[in-house]
Design a protein around this ligand. Structure first.
Ligand code: AMP
Ligand code: FE
Ligand code: FE
Ligand code: ZN
Length: 288
């Protein structure tokens, strides 16, 4: 049973529509997938309706969070599974984050245009098609303008990557607030790629105990942005705190090279997610 619990669709910054993503997962022979678009549940309905026979969908999201430490604050991603998508507090919080992403992306475009970079906000919005807007949409505009060859190049400090003057912060959820919101909505939480130093600064190790005490359930260990040493580090931290570990592709379609199902989760971890959730249930495709 192949289990991949972290996939993005066009409901956020993936390039595959949710229904196509489910067909792709089925064709790749996966047994269980989670749809985890950034700060939205907008792809849930289409994915559910398109489930091929035998494929199980774990409905989820990846929340843009921030840890406010002493004198520093670090952005991080929290995967949330099987929460109630109608929970009013969580719905409002996700809407705030998406709204802030819009303003931030528009300001990033204005900064680039002021420097003579030919990207157009209306064009970018149209290509995002109503999905949660993120830097990959700006990367796609840079590719269309012929300014960079691929997403990887767009994510260099010269363009919109870490260290770029065009990279503006967004209004992330406080991570402890996010844990409270997801729990109150009956969901289960997994800290996404928590040791991915290639993405920038990572949180101090002491924070994991505080997050676990605040209700964090699991840690994502096997991820393409983790080195083998970082994967081992995550397993050690999780074992010390009684958290489960997951492995997932974080598939984004053509934005990244990773294949769907390239990293996978053990059935025991999936069982803990399903057993711990009360906000939504897994859904399995039936024959038609
Ligand atoms: P944002 O949330 O708008 O700051 O954009 C971050 C997103 O950009 C991540 O969720 C990834 O999908 C994508 N991303 C970040 N770094 C890279 C990279 N080096 N190559 C491709 N995609 C990336
Ligand atoms: Fe993304
Ligand atoms: Fe992420
Ligand atoms: Zn992701």
């Amino acid at each position: 049973m192949t289990i991949d619990l972290h996939l993005h669709s066009t409901a956020s910054d993936g390039t595959t529509p949710p229904e196509e993503l489910m067909r792709l997962a089925g064709a790749a022979g996966l047994g269980v997938v989670a749809l985890t678009d950034h700060d939205t549940t907008a792809g849930w309905a289409a994915a559910t309706q398109a489930l091929p026979p035998g494929l199980t969908l774990i409905r989820g999201a990846e929340l843009s969070c921030r840890w406010h430490g002493e004198g520093e604050s670090i952005p991080l991603h929290m995967l949330a599974y099987l929460f109630d998508p109608a929970d009013e507090h969580l719905v409002a919080a996700l809407a705030r984050v998406r709204e802030s992403r819009l303003g931030r992306a528009e300001r990033m475009v204005a900064l680039m245009r002021a420097d003579g970079i030919d990207v157009d906000w209306d064009d970018i919005l149209a290509h995002a098609g109503g999905g949660t807007v993120g830097r990959p949409h700006l990367a796609a505009a840079l590719i269309r303008a012929g300014l960079v060859a691929d997403t990887q190049e767009a994510f260099s400090p010269r363009w919109i990557g870490n260290g770029s003057p065009y990279r503006l912060p967004k209004d992330d959820l406080d991570v402890f607030e996010a844990l409270r919101l997801v729990q109150a909505a009956g969901g289960v939480t997994v800290f996404a790629h928590p040791r991915a130093r290639v993405r920038g600064r990572v949180v101090p190790e002491e924070l994991f105990a505080q997050l676990a005490a605040a209700g964090l359930d699991g840690l994502e260990a096997d991820h393409h942005d983790h080195s083998p040493a970082e994967r081992a580090e995550v397993r050690r931290i999780a074992a010390g705190l009684g958290l489960f570990v997951t492995g997932s592709s974080d598939f984004h379609g053509t934005h990244k090279k990773v294949r769907i199902g390239e990293f996978t989760t053990a059935p025991e971890a999936l069982e803990r997610i399903v057993a711990g959730a009360t906000g939504a249930t897994p859904v399995t495709g039936v024959g038609r």
